[in-house]
Ligand binder design. Structure first.
Ligand SMILES: *Cc1c(COP(=O)(O)O)cnc(C)c1O
Length: 426
């Protein structure tokens, strides 16, 4: 496994927490992490995240703070901003959002007035909770309407329908982005439709930011998107957190800053801003391009295996890091059963609704899995095909203890061959 963290003070002072951290280290190291929104950060990112910056209050922005003692916080935040702009080829970045959900709330308030309409991707077709799910607070403030895939078996968005909805509802904002969608979007179509109805365009790149940064996926800014939000802890391989990027509009960038602080948040988490800066620097390295490309190659290799077993995939396969498989429709195993039995053999992933799912959210038809974490571990196509074969074998033999135990052992030895790295290059 990655070098165990030095924890002498925790060990001496708080045994319960010490044991839990050690347990989690072991769990991460001996099992396969297939949740597509998870990854392993470098030891340097962990160090900065555990640094003395956690002690510091720094409400405001570099050069304009409400507290003294900011010579070093100003440095790290400016470095993080500059690196983020270089990475995503844009002019402005706010690196303070505490996480993905507040980042999107701040972005909406930077662009919208209460009651304004947002056209976003249907949640059951891959969109995210923070894109206006009725259970969220923001769904009470803005009016969210939805577009869908034309055909869940190919994954293509129905852009004609999107345009019709935009013409009918006159949204102020057209939202792209997803957490359970496996195909590349046609960003130009979004921008053209937005121009036609006078809307702004926002990409929530939380899932694929690492692929965009690594130039393995298209950059929405190249097609004229106004704003991009992203978490930093998924494929981008940084600490938990969010950020908001603005392509070129200075007024919009100012509104974003105000919307993050004082609009929504108080003091930024400067230890995590420092860790973000380190992660961005890692992502600027040429090696990160190889990583991003490999993430996609690995996902495609897993999709091939699922296809060879005639397991239906929403979108028919993948262009990115994730796969959404209809295990109930194809194998008669529910999403919850699949999640449970795969967890038992140390393959961690999540159950997921599929488009027009006949089942319920707590036990849906699908599972969602992806390759960012196992690629960080060093897996190539060969290992990924093997993992996919084990997944299918486990699902087909879910009640056979002998098969499951053998697979659990094979996974343990594969994990030992591919320890989680502390750093990704010399
Ligand atoms: C993960 C995710 C978020 C929310 O991120 P949190 O850090 O969990 O709050 C927002 N949008 C999308 C598309 C995501 O995938």
């Amino acid at each position: 496994m990655s070098t165990p963290q030095q924890l002498p003070f925790t060990q001496a002072q708080d045994d319960a927490i010490y044991q839990a951290i050690r347990g989690e280290e072991e769990r991460q190291s001996e099992g396969l992490e297939l949740i597509p929104s998870e990854n392993y950060v470098s030891a340097a990112v962990r160090e900065a995240g555990g640094s003395v910056f956690t002690n510091k209050y720094s409400e405001g922005y570099p050069g304009k703070r409400y507290y003294g003692g900011q010579q070093f916080t100003d440095q790290i935040e400016q470095i993080a901003i500059d690196r983020a702009c270089e990475l995503f080829d844009c002019k402005y970045a706010n690196v303070q959002p505490l996480s993905g959900a507040p980042m999107n709330v701040a972005a909406y308030f930077a662009m919208l007035e209460p009651g304004d309409t947002v056209l976003g991707m249907d949640l059951s077709h891959g969109g995210h909770l923070t894109h206006g799910h009725p259970v969220t607070h923001i769904a009470k403030i803005f009016n969210f309407i939805r577009y869908k895939m034309a055909d869940p078996d190919t994954g293509a968005i129905d852009y004609d329908h999107l345009r019709e909805m935009a013409l009918e509802h006159k949204p102020k904002l057209i939202l792209a982005g997803f957490s359970a969608y496996s195909r590349e979007l046609d960003y130009k179509k979004f921008v053209d439709i937005a121009k036609e109805v006078g809307a702004l365009t926002m990409m929530d790149a939380a899932h694929i930011a690492g692929l965009i940064a690594g130039k393995a996926a298209k950059n929405p800014f190249d097609y004229g998107f106004d704003i991009m939000t992203t978490t930093t802890h998924k494929s981008l391989r940084g600490p938990r957190g969010g950020m908001i990027l603005v392509r070129e509009d200075e007024e919009l960038a100012k509104k974003v800053n105000k919307a993050v602080f004082p609009g929504l948040q108080g003091g930024p988490h400067m230890h995590l801003v420092a860790a973000k800066a380190i992660a961005f620097n890692e992502a600027l390295r040429p090696e990160f391009k190889d990583y991003a490309e490999q993430v996609i190659k690995n996902a495609k290799a897993m999709a091939e295996v699922f296809r060879s077993h005639n397991i239906r995939m929403i979108g028919g396969g993948t262009d990115n890091h994730l796969i959404l498989a209809d295990v109930y429709g194809s194998l008669g195993v529910t999403g919850q059963e699949a999640e449970d039995v795969l967890d038992e053999v140390a393959m961690t992933l999540n159950k997921n609704m599929i488009a027009d799912d006949p089942r319920k959210p707590m036990d849906p038809s699908g599972i969602r899995f992806g390759t960012p974490a196992i690629t960080t571990r060093g897996f190539k196509e060969e290992e990924c095909r093997q993992v996919a074969e084990w997944m299918v074998e486990t699902l087909k033999n879910k009640d056979d203890k002998t098969v499951c135990e053998r697979i659990r052992e094979d996974i343990r030895s594969l994990c030992q061959k591919f320890p989680i790295p502390d750093q990704f290059f010399e």
